[in-house]
Write a protein that binds this ligand. Structure first.
Ligand SMILES: Cc1ncc(COP(=O)(O)O)c(C=O)c1O
Length: 365
């Protein structure tokens, strides 16, 4: 287990370019790099960001355009997102005051770190923004390595909790970038055992796993379920939400920027959750079927494919960096993880359309 506190690093090139201002950048941020997404010039298959590969049908977009035409752009958005709140609360069968909205769940991760500012614990490798959000606030990080099969080492994690008493534990169920579905009950056991810790069940990929801790919220006042619209066809909107006790919600509200969801995002999300949910569910089911086909085809090529319950596959290649380069050259973007660490020999491939799968497999040979 690695415990990392706020620390000063060597300044990066851009920090030096700041001149005397560089000393004003908090030590925790010095030398760290911003999240960077490489963009090859010509993309034929975008398989690097775990988005839904399908655009919404034309008729639905035309109706959406009509709905957006009524939005009062001269006004600030509704800070409570009241209409969207009603629609989502009804869909999930929860009370409106159990929801907090974020500009994507990225922002909710940052709000959780800000609201419960203390040590932040998460397994590694996992979603990179847990680390970035905690580092930005100078919080201590408690990183608990996954096993070689990217499973949680439950005993090691429990020991780390006892030793470091984290404020927040982030568990991505299923995990990104590995796709692994950890035992969802483990989050509940942690919640029951550590009432003074916020346990986040990050369910960004619930459409692909079908697994949720939502029914257990009432029994666990320190449990937060986090969802996003990004993975089911609306990544461009930037809408995520937490579902929790109203008490946790009211703490998050203290640090939420009042107008964090634009009026256009609110209206579009409200319209699409009401009118496009069946379409989203059907496309997600197609992606799940495609995930099985892609995994089988890659395995048949002798590659190690890790079991996934998300719309992504983590695949070990004999030459991951060279494969990434070759695919990028052919306009196929997948996610690489540098040359160090447990993911160095792996690429993360978002499950795309059958045509994108065919292009990928053709390029892999
Ligand atoms: C596990 C997990 N949580 C949260 C997010 C953030 O999603 P968004 O900010 O688009 O809602 C992602 C995005 O990839 C993710 O993989």
């Amino acid at each position: 287990m690695a415990t990392v506190g706020p620390r000063s690093c060597e300044a990066s090139v851009s920090d030096h370019e700041l001149g005397p201002l560089a000393t004003r950048v908090p030590a925790a941020l010095r030398g760290s790099a911003a999240y960077h997404v490489p963009q090859p010039p010509r993309i034929i298959a975008k398989l690097d960001a775990n988005e839904l590969p399908y655009g919404m049908p034309r008729e639905l977009r035309a109706e959406l355009a009509g709905a957006l035409a009524d939005v009062a752009l001269e006004r600030y958005p509704d800070p409570r997102a009241a209409r969207l709140r009603t629609v989502i609360a009804k869909q999930l069968g929860v009370q409106g005051d159990q929801l907090v909205f974020g500009n994507g769940s990225d922002e909710l991760i940052a709000l959780l770190c800000a609201a419960f500012a203390g040590p932040i614990l998460y397994p590694v490798p996992s979603f990179v923004y847990y680390r970035l959000a905690a580092v930005a606030r100078g919080l201590d990080l408690v990183e608990v390595p996954l096993t070689s099969r990217f499973e949680i080492d439950e005993l090691a994690l429990m020991r780390a909790v006892d030793a470091h008493r984290p404020s927040v534990i982030f568990l991505a169920l299923p995990n990104n970038p590995t796709g692994t579905m950890w035992r969802p009950g483990f989050a509940l056991e942690l919640a029951a055992r550590h009432r003074d810790t916020v346990i986040v069940s990050d369910e960004a990929y619930v459409a692909y796993s079908g697994v949720t801790n939502l029914p257990h919220l009432a029994a666990h006042p320190n449990l937060v379920v986090m969802r996003t619209l990004s993975k089911i066809g609306m990544a461009g909107l930037r809408v995520g939400f937490t579902i929790s006790s109203p008490a946790i919600g009211s703490v998050l509200e203290k640090v939420r920027p009042p107008y964090n969801l634009s009026a256009l995002d609110q209206r579009a999300a409200e319209f699409l959750v009401e009118h496009a949910s069946a379409w989203c569910d059907a496309r997600a089911a197609e992606v799940v079927a495609e995930r099985g086909r892609l995994a089988a085809a890659l395995t048949a090529r002798g590659l190690e494919v890790f079991p996934s319950e998300a719309n992504l596959l983590l695949v070990r290649f004999p030459d991951a960096q060279a494969t990434w380069q070759r695919l990028a050259g052919a306009g196929i973007t997948v996610r690489a993880f540098g040359t160090q660490g447990p993911l160095a020999s792996c690429l993360r491939i978002t499950v795309g359309t059958p045509a994108e799968t065919a292009a990928l497999l053709a390029e892999l040979g």
